[in-house]
Design a protein around this ligand. Structure first.
Ligand SMILES: C[S@@+](CC[C@H](N)C(=O)[O-])C[C@H]1O[C@@H](n2cnc3c(N)ncnc32)[C@H](O)[C@@H]1O
Length: 148
């Protein structure tokens, strides 16, 4: 089931925002976002989702895209500072907070309905809404650590 339905314009905006950095779609579901990035010839990306189907993993390997069948909490995170984590309509199980805490030197985009921000993002993070091309019901937020 697809929750987030990115527009082509939004995907192009994301590519510009990522500026050649790897995009990691955490909780990628049916990999719709990865597909659209691939259609735009952006190949520096991977998906993570514990419920991703084995057939999907094989299909994406053939396309050169890695989809990792793990819970985000189990993901080994390297402290590179050049990765863009995308959480698009994540389930409210705490995995966003787990990744935020363990990948502080990276960039985090949260894409969801405004009412979900409080549920998924711990209070000590700064949430800034970004101006992006139109989305049906989601907003795009840049999440950063409160420095004060
Ligand atoms: C509401 S769906 C959104 C899927 C996709 N991003 C979309 O918008 O279509 C939430 C996704 O998060 C995944 N998920 C649940 N728990 C997770 C966890 N601990 N780590 C990573 N992904 C998880 C689910 O399997 C599901 O595919």
């Amino acid at each position: 089931m697809i929750f987030f339905e990115p527009t082509r314009e939004w995907v192009r905006w994301l590519i510009g925002f990522a500026a050649e950095r790897p995009i990691i779609d955490v909780g990628c579901g049916d990999c719709r976002l990865l597909d659209m990035l691939n259609e735009e010839k952006y190949l520096k990306m991977c998906g993570v989702d514990p419920l991703v189907d084995c057939d999907i993993i094989s299909e994406y390997i053939l396309k050169g895209i890695q989809v990792i069948p793990l819970r985000a909490e189990e993901l080994m995170l390297c402290d590179y500072s050049d990765q863009v984590f995308v959480f698009a309509r994540p389930s409210h199980t705490g995995f966003v907070a787990s990744v935020l805490e363990r990948s502080e030197n990276n960039v985090h985009l949260y894409v969801s309905k405004p009412e979900n921000v409080k549920i998924d993002i711990p209070k000590h993070y700064v949430v800034k809404e970004l101006e992006t091309p139109f989305l049906r019901c989601e907003k795009t937020y840049l999440i950063s650590k409160n420095q004060s």
